[in-house]
Write a protein that binds this ligand. Structure first.
Ligand SMILES: *[C@@H]1O[C@H](CO)[C@@H](O)[C@H](O)[C@H]1NC(C)=O
Ligand SMILES: *[C@@H]1O[C@H](CO)[C@@H](O)[C@H](O)[C@H]1NC(C)=O
Length: 233
């Protein structure tokens, strides 16, 4: 089975439990919870871990959502998060948390980056994905060192709304905000995020249309892994 087909099947499974829920409506400024879900290597959709297995910013009390059977089979483990994305409220450079990462946690992040780990979130029952970090191949002619690993520290959320409903949301890891995690050292990291809301005329009933096999590819093509993915296809 091609990776695209695999991803598609996985996503269908993943969306099913949420299709049954009723539509939410919000006023400007209403809190809309964002849940963290799972992490895993891009090239193996069946290998997943809980988001908080890596030392990401987390609430004092991590509360896990009760899962349906479909979600459990799919490796879903929804839990609360520190992100505050109020409906139709723009934010720039909001602080998520300052995290002290020890050398062991840095090594775990580096491992995840090596295997192109993505993370998945849910916002108003819509799934969104982003990458944990990136690596740059070593430049042996330069300093004789191997690859360099970078952990992304800023997430840009781009959301679309129509009237009082959320229609679309994307998360992008901003490569210009990253820390070097090549060495096992303790570091203090400020994690931040921004949110940009724009209007759309797409009706609510069509908001799931883009999660089809045909549209999944462009989502992934926006990422640094696109070349790798195309080669696999
Ligand atoms: C590798 O190092 C050489 C020598 O410093 C430099 O000219 C070249 O641009 C570097 N290549 C990359 C990809 O960084
Ligand atoms: C959010 O910011 C974008 C530009 O970055 C702007 O086009 C949009 O109208 C703003 N949205 C709201 C709800 O203020």
């Amino acid at each position: 089975m091609g990776i695209l087909k695999l991803l598609f099947v996985t996503n269908l499974l993943l969306l099913l439990p949420f299709q049954l829920q009723s539509a939410n409506t919000y006023n400007v400024g209403d809190p809309v919870p964002l849940f963290v879900n799972k992490i895993g290597p891009l090239h193996n959709p069946s290998e997943t871990y809980q988001y908080y297995e890596l030392a990401f910013c987390h609430p004092d009390q991590v509360l896990e959502e009760k899962e349906s059977l479909g979600e459990v089979l799919n490796g879903d483990r929804l839990a609360n998060a520190l992100y505050e994305l109020e409906f139709a409220v723009n934010k720039t450079g909001a602080a998520l948390c300052q995290q002290k990462l020890n050398s062991g946690e840095i090594a775990e992040f580096r491992h995840a980056i090596t295997y192109n780990f993505y993370y998945q979130l849910y916002y108003d029952d819509l799934p969104l994905w982003a990458f944990i970090g990136k690596f740059e191949e070593g430049n042996w002619t330069d300093d004789g060192k191997g690859p360099k690993y970078f952990l992304f520290t800023h997430v840009q959320f781009d959301a679309l709304y129509n009237g009082n409903q959320v229609i679309e949301i994307h998360a992008f890891s901003d490569p210009s905000h990253a820390i070097d995690v090549t060495e096992d050292v303790d570091v203090k990291v400020d994690f931040t995020y921004s949110v940009s809301w724009k209007r759309t005329s797409t009706p609510y009933k069509n908001r799931m249309d883009r999660y089809s096999a045909a549209s999944l590819l462009p989502i992934l093509q926006k990422t640094h892994c696109s070349l790798l993915l195309i080669r696999l296809l």
